[in-house]
Each structure stands twice: as C-alpha cells, then as structure tokens.
Write a protein that binds this ligand. Structure first.
Ligand code: SF4
Length: 452
C-alpha cells in the first residue's frame, strides 16, 4: 500500500508522521519501505524491517527517490503544447482548462471517426493497481479501441502455460527446501537480490547452485557451477537435457504417466537432440551437458529459477515452454522445493478482481476492436487502419523508449492529426510529443494498492 502525505496547511504544521509503502519499481522483490514525513514532506526513506521478503533492505535504485519526488523537473501542473511536437515547448494551464480541452477533443474525434479512433496505452507505472486499472472504466464506457499483449512478462507466462496449462509456478521462497537450484537466465543477486539469502540458506542445507547464463554475471560468480551457453542457444541445451534424461531412463515414469500428455511425441522430438549436437550449437562440452542432465534428474528436490530475461528475444516463448518440460519429466513437482519458479505476478493477479476495477460491463454489447500493444508504431502510422487512431492517451509508461521501432513510432507521434495526452511525472521522451501533459503522482504522493 502506498502512502498519503499530509498536506501542509495550518492544522498539521510541525507534525512528523510515518507512512508505509511499497517500491514502485517493476521488480520481483516489491520491497516495503517506511517514509518519515515532516509537515507533509517526506524527509527520509528506509526499508521496512517487518516486510517479510525484503526485511528492511532497499536497493540503490531507490536511494534518490525522495530527491526525485521533489525534483524541480517534475511536471506539477497541466501543460499545453505551444511548439512543434517533440520540441518540449509547453505552457502551463489549469486543470479545468486541460480537462475541457481533452473533453472537447474527445467529442471531435469520436464524432468524426467513432470511439475506436481513441486509443488508451498504459503500463505498470508505479505498480499501483488502481492507477493501472481505474482509467479503463472511462474507456469501457466510451467503447474505445483496446490493446492486448504486453511489452514485458506476457511471453514468459504464455510459454510456461503452453506446457503446464497455467502461468502459475513455484513460490520462489520454496527454494529454501531445494537440494539443487538451477538459476537459468536470471541475475538473481542484482535483479532479485532479496531471494539470494533464501538460495544461500538452501546451499547451507546442502543444495548445489548452478547458474546457466550466456553472460558471466555476479550471480554466476557465486554459483557452485557456471554453464555459459552461447546467446540464444538455451533451448538446444534444454532439448539435449531431455534427450539424455530419456535415453538414460531417468525420467519419473510414474509422474509422467499420471500427470503429463505427449511423452511419446517429446521422446521422438528430442531423438535428434543429442548432447553432441547441442554441444556444437551451445558452445559447451558434451560431458557438461550430460552431467547437467543427470544431476538434474537424480537430485531431489530440484528447482529451476528463471525470470523474464529470455523472453526479450525472438521466439522467447519457446525458452519457457521447453524449460517447463524439465520438471514435469523428472517429477520435480512431487517435492517441496522442486519445480519451476518464475514471476509471481500471476499469483498476485489471482488476488485482484480486474473486472471490478476496470468494469468491462460498461461496454454493454459493444465489442471494440483489439490491437496488438507491441505494434504501437504500426498502429499510429498505418493509413489502412479503419478508423485510424486520432486520440491517444498514455499513462504509466514511456513508449518512446520502450516500444519497438522507435523511428516509426516517432513518425506516428508527430502526426498533426493525432491528439495525444500523456499523464506523467516528468517531461519524458513521450510527454514531449503530447498536446496536453497531465501531472502524475509518485508512489510517495498517492494512496493505492501495490501487489507485493
Ligand atoms: S530491490 Fe527492487 S523492489 Fe527492492 S528497492 Fe530495489 S528496485 Fe525496489
């Protein structure tokens, strides 16, 4: 839960309060913090020692969060563009004027082209559930174009679900019970640092830690074994592991028979994926692959830990689809501390009633078109699109630096017949192309709910 700061009116001067919150970064750790607030101004931020996962430690990414919150570069009032799109030339206007102009433009666009000419484009922003989902009430009421997909996380979830039938996976804290932990394509000590003590505790209990990564990371440096396949060859390594496990009869026959489908097809598929072939593709020694497969199949409980790094490449979904075959093959799911641990976002999704927040019932019988979020550049520049997008609302994201094909996207944002509203804390690369910029709060300045 993020906090509210006291206002500095005459009634609360010289008041020091404590506010609790959750880190706003899109990070698996979701650290809890405590802000000391003096006269309505946050003066100190520290980790919450009672937060069960982060236990009071924040990482350097939030060292300057208070400075950022009170930066003189913040957008603190609505802005209207006065220069060319992208120039960053704006004038301050009142909220009333901004809302009137936005409303007038919406009426013009919808009147001329229909509601589907309006496109909302959002991201996780402060990771705040209300800020993410509440605006969709308006969009559903209007019946505007919707987007599907995500720039991050969706591919990994889809890949795992193709094998397991669900995106849900092992709670990473269960790694404490593992005897073998394979960290595959994740730099835990840097990007998921609060999980590392759990992994170290498992090692203290006798677990071996193997890191598989094309890059020698600081996590690889602390592993008992580091395996470094060439970039983009992980799936070949996984298939060779499956090959060895089946060839050597190390699969969990009972588990496979009771809980899986398609074993015969898998066996046939991996027939050609010999360790020799994978060794050539991956740049590894054949013996190393065989030993890895055998150790994984014969150690219990055995866990694989991955996050989303591998999805950020072509065919990234196959990494997760193939990886998820391994614990099913060896019956790792039998054991506490065995299985596949990945993003816990799909667990928190279960706890959130998105429909209650976004109210799709407001659509009634309308079924607006659905476009692909990743293709925003195409969407804004495709003259064949009917209707073209003429009003774009951006919040909680900075597509000019996160969406593929930046140059094409820039052309889209530069269109003179596109009315763009950006809700932002700073004048970002995207906000510079807005017709109207609306100021957004940081996590320190709003009350919201953050999954953690
Ligand atoms: S580890 Fe992650 S959640 Fe914790 S403070 Fe750093 S960025 Fe935020």
């Amino acid at each position: 839960m993020a906090s509210t700061l006291d206002s500095t009116d005459a009634t609360d001067r010289d008041v020091t309060t404590i506010a609790y919150g959750t880190c706003h970064h899109d990070c698996p750790d979701s650290c809890g913090w405590i802000a000391t607030v003096e006269n309505g101004v946050a003066v100190k931020l520290r980790g919450d020692p009672d937060h069960p996962f982060s236990k009071g430690e924040l990482c350097p990414k939030v060292n300057h969060f208070i400075d950022r919150t009170y930066s003189d570069k913040r957008v603190t009032t609505p802005l209207r563009r006065v220069g060319p799109k992208g120039s960053g030339e704006f004038e301050a206007i009142s909220w009333e004027t901004a809302l009137e102009e936005i409303s007038a433009q919406l009426h013009i666009v919808i009147g001329a082209h229909g509601a589907e000419a309006v496109l909302p484009f959002s991201g996780a922003g402060n990771q705040s559930v209300l800020a993410m989902w509440f605006p969709y009430r308006l969009w559903n009421a209007l019946g505007v174009t919707r987007l599907q997909g995500a720039l991050c996380g969706a591919v990994a979830g889809a890949g795992v679900a193709m094998t397991n039938g669900t995106k849900l996976a092992l709670d990473p804290e269960e790694l404490a019970h593992s005897k073998l932990i394979i960290i595959w394509g994740s730099n835990t000590r840097l990007t998921n640092r609060h999980l590392w003590p759990t992994i170290e505790a498992a090692r203290g209990g006798g677990a071996r830690i193997i890191v598989i990564d094309p890059i020698r990371t600081i996590t690889a440096d602390e592993a008992d074994q580091f395996i470094q396949p060439l970039p983009g060859t992980d799936v070949a390594l996984m298939l060779a592991m499956v090959h060895v496990i089946i060839r050597d009869g190390l699969q969990d026959h009972e588990w496979v028979a009771a809980h899986t489908l398609g074993f015969a097809e898998l066996e046939e598929h991996v027939g050609e994926w010999t360790p020799q072939r994978a060794a050539e593709i991956c740049g590894l020694a054949e013996d190393e692959i065989v030993a890895l497969a055998r150790e994984y199949a014969t150690t219990r409980p055995a866990a694989i830990r991955t996050l989303i790094g591998a999805e950020h490449r072509e065919h990234g979904g196959m990494f997760f689809r193939t990886l998820a075959c391994l614990p099913a093959l060896v019956g790792a799911w039998r054991d506490r501390g065995g299985g596949l641990a990945r993003s816990v976002g799909s667990w928190t999704d279960l706890a959130i009633d998105h429909d209650a927040l976004s109210r799709p019932d407001l659509l009634g019988t309308r079924e607006p078109r659905v476009l692909d979020e990743v293709r925003l550049a195409d969407i804004l520049t495709n003259s064949e699109l009917n209707p073209s997008v003429h009003a774009l609302f951006v919040w909680g994201t900075n597509p000019m630096v996160s969406v593929p094909n930046t140059e094409l996207l820039r052309k889209g944002f530069e269109r003179s017949d596109l009315f763009t509203v950006v809700h932002e804390q700073f004048l970002t690369d995207t906000a510079r192309y807005a017709d109207i910029v609306l100021p957004a709060t940081t996590q320190l300045e709003s009350v919201d709910v953050t999954p953690a």
